[in-house]
Design a protein around this ligand. Sequence first.
Ligand SMILES: [Zn+2]
Length: 267
Amino acid sequence: MTDTGLWTRCNHCGKILYIQDIIENVSVCPACNFHFRLSGLDRLTTLFDDGQYQLIDEDIYPVDRLNFVDSIAYSQRLLDSQKKTGLAEAVINAVGKLGGIEVIICSMDFAFMGGSMGSVVGEKITRAAERALAEKKPLIIVSCSGGARMQEGVLSLMQLLKTSASLAKLDRSGIPFISVLTDPTTGGTTASFAMLGDINVAEPNALIGFAGPRVIEQTIKEKLPKGFQRSEFLLKHGMVDGVVDRKALRRYLIRALRLFLNRPSTA
Ligand SMILES: [Zn+2]
C-alpha cells in the first residue's frame, strides 16, 4: 500500500482505495483480493473470538550475546525494532478462544527484523508448544518470517532443532498443531516449525520456500516455473494442505480444530 492520508493505492492492482475499506476487509484489497501484511497483534485480533485474547510469555527479551555488528550493532537493531513495533520480539504468544475452543496462538510480526527467528523467538515458540502439551490446548502458529536471524549466528540455527523437538512431543501426544503460512515464510522458519503442522495452510499468493529463487536457479542451472514458491504452486505440488483467504481463515481453523478434537459444531 502507498498511503496518502485517507486514501491509498494498492500496489498490486493499482486501484485507489479508501484505507478504511481495506482495514474493514481484514487488510485485503477489496478490488483484487491482494493480501496485505498484517501485524502480529492485528492477526491475533482477526483470529480469536471477539478479538479477545491474553498475551503470555511477555517477559523474555532478546540479547546481543555475540556483540554482533554489521552496518549497525545488533543491540541497536533490537532497540529500533522494539521502538518501531512496540513488541519485545518478532513473535507474540497469546491464549484465548477460537470457536469456543481454548487455543494458544503464536503470531509473528515481519516489522520486527523481518520476523527473523533468534533465540527468543525460538524460546517463545517452544514455550507455546510446551504449554499446549501441559494444558492440552491446540496450538496455532502464524508464520511471517524471513528465516533464521543471522545476527545471532549458530544460536539462531539451534532454534530449528529446539522448536522442532518441542513440536514432536506435541505430535506424539496427539494435540493438534496447525501451521498458518503467510507472506513471506522462508528460510529456517520453513525448514522447522512452519512445515510441521498437522495441517499446513497458506494465505493466497504467499511466498513460501527455503532458499530464494536466484540461489536455486544458480544451483540447478534451470529457469524456475512461473509462480514457483507461491502458495498456489505449493498446493498443486502437495507441499501445503490448503490455500485459504484471510476472510475464511478463522472459519477454516475452527472447522479443522473441531475435526481434530472430534467436537462437532453445536451451531
Ligand atoms: Zn488491489
